[in-house]
Design a protein around this ligand. Structure first.
Ligand code: GLY
Ligand code: MN
Ligand code: MN
Length: 439
């Protein structure tokens, strides 16, 4: 992403913060896996959103209206001995030249320098309550200023959660962000198509998962969350991630997997028959979920509220379940009493962006939020009929279906970003047959 994009975001945030304020935001820490091994580093989304800076051990400081520079970055110093092991660091010079900081200081000097920057500011914005250690450090810096009160130093009187302003900004995606999300969606769709083509009875769930890993890496991406590959009844376990069971002839497989590319996520679910052909019961449940998903997407447009598409999905699902005899009618009562929750126990979507469950409030002043152009959300109804479900004809047991797409709210309505992967029964069966013909 271009450095102007990050500059524009910092400027917008500083305009919202107003004069007399300072924002302090830390980079994500490195996390040990065991002994000398770390988990792959993932920068904090808020920090990255404002800086584009990829290194750990850094703190961003924004001081709107400061004459000597508004954007200050504390970061690691260059260190040839460390760089031999861990690769190059930007250092203070790189922070200014490459990342556009007005000034940069070694992170090891932050306790000496930051109190001086806080002094005279009335409001301190920071990501309150996210990291206890960082909360303590902010209080320590402010106390440091207080201790100098007798020599005339003025300590801020107000702490404000930075999340409110920042997460409202992140909720509305810019052109550049939409382009990044389109890319993540396309790569993820390619991987789902590939999984449909290579799937065969007898394969292991993790062998299908491997296809996602291979394709994501080919685009310098990685999974945005741990993929779910659930064959048969495993699809009814909502957070199934073991992915180590054989895929059986006659079963469905549910795959929930999306790539993160350039820090933006996709989140796609498809459910398809392991042997390439839906049986009648699978097809019935699948088409009901698909109808619900289409009804939900049709309820997404600017001015519609957050819950409308969920209501649209639950209404279709409930009516279908009553018709199939899986729920007792009448439909209105089943909706009111939420008896559908036995088979549909999650909500129909969430915000999507740098985080798979992205930031942004769902209600404003106690009311469901109205959709606006530039918001991106998932639409993911499902039905899960666990094996042994009491009072349910066994022919439905073990069927779990979810269909999940990523949807951008546009001025005229919405756009599905993930429609490169089929979801109609005939289209799935045709693609899978193509794979079987040696394609
Ligand atoms: N993959 C997580 C979700 O669908 O919300
Ligand atoms: Mn998902
Ligand atoms: Mn999702």
């Amino acid at each position: 992403m271009d450095s102007n994009e990050f500059r524009r975001r910092r400027q917008e945030l500083m305009n919202l913060m107003g004069p007399g304020s300072i924002a302090v935001l830390p980079a994500a820490p490195e996390r040990p896996r065991n002994r000398d091994t770390l988990y792959p580093y993932r920068q904090d989304s808020d920090f990255y959103y404002l800086t584009g800076f990829p290194e750990p051990e850094a703190v961003l400081v924004l001081i709107p209206g400061r004459d000597q520079g508004q954007y200050i970055l504390f970061c690691r110093e260059r260190d040839p001995a460390c760089e031999i092991w861990d690769g190059p660091r930007a250092g203070q010079e790189g922070a200014v030249r490459v990342y556009g900081a007005d000034d940069a200081f070694p992170i090891s000097d932050i306790d000496d320098i930051l109190p001086g920057l806080i002094e005279g500011r009335e409001k301190v914005y920071y990501t309150m309550g996210v990291d206890r250690d960082f909360d303590q450090r902010v209080i320590g810096w402010v106390n440091h200023v207080r201790q100098n009160a007798r020599s005339g130093a003025r300590a801020p009187g107000e702490f404000v959660a930075l999340q409110h302003l920042l997460h409202e900004m992140r909720l509305i995606k810019s052109k550049a962000e939409i382009a990044a999300m389109r890319k993540a969606a396309q790569v993820s769709a390619e991987a789902h198509r590939r999984a449909m083509q290579v799937c065969r009875p007898g394969m292991l769930e993790y062998e299908l998962e491997a296809e996602f890993q291979a394709i994501f890496r080919r685009y310098n991406g990685s999974p945005a969350y741990t993929p779910i590959v659930g064959g048969g009844a495993n699809a009814c376990i909502l957070h199934y991630i073991a992915n180590d069971q054989p895929l059986k002839d006659g079963d469905l497989v549910l795959i929930d997997a999306g790539a993160e590319i350039d820090m933006y996520a996709a989140d796609i679910t498809r459910t398809f028959p392991v042997n390439g052909r839906f049986n009648p019961e699978q097809r019935t449940i699948y088409e009901l979920v698909l109808e619900a998903q289409k009804a939900a997407i049709a309820a997404i447009a600017p001015g519609r509220h957050w819950n409308e598409f969920h209501d649209a999905a639950t209404r279709v699902l409930t009516a279908g379940l009553v018709e199939l005899g899986l729920l007792e009618g009448p439909v209105e009562r089943a909706l009111e009493q939420e008896t559908y929750r036995r088979f549909y126990m999650h909500r129909t979507g969430h915000w999507l962006g740098m985080d798979v469950h992205d930031v942004g409030d769902y209600k404003v002043d106690g009311q469901w939020r109205l959709l606006e152009p530039g918001m991106v959300l998932t639409v993911e109804p499902g039905l899960y009929i666990a094996p042994g479900s009491e009072g349910v004809d066994p022919r439905w047991w073990g069927i779990g279906v979810r269909i999940e797409d990523n949807v951008l709210v546009t001025r005229g309505g919405c756009e599905v970003l993930t429609d490169d992967v089929p979801k109609e029964v005939e289209a799935i069966e045709a693609l899978m047959a193509e794979g079987r013909d040696g394609g």
